[in-house]
Design a protein. Sequence first.
Length: 87
Amino acid sequence: MSQKIRPDTTPVEQLSFETALKELEGIVSKLEQGEVDLEDSIALYERGQALKIHCEKKLKAAESRLEKIVHGGGNATGTEPLDFSAT
C-alpha cells in the first residue's frame, strides 16, 4: 500500500544549505523506496528539484566568497581551484 507523504511547505529560499540538503536527502530516500502515491511522488520530485537548485545556488555563492578571500578582494587576475582536502 502506498504512503501519503507531503513535502514540507517552508519556502525553499528560507532554508539554510544544511536544512535544504537534509530535506533533499529525505525526499530521495522516500522516492527510492517506491511506496509513495503518484501525486505525492510528483509533489516530492518538484520540491526536490527546487531544493537542488537552492543548494547549487548556495554552493556557488560560497565558492565565490571563498575565491574573493583567496585572492584578497578584487585584485585577482585569475582563480585557483579550492583544495578542500587541506582543511
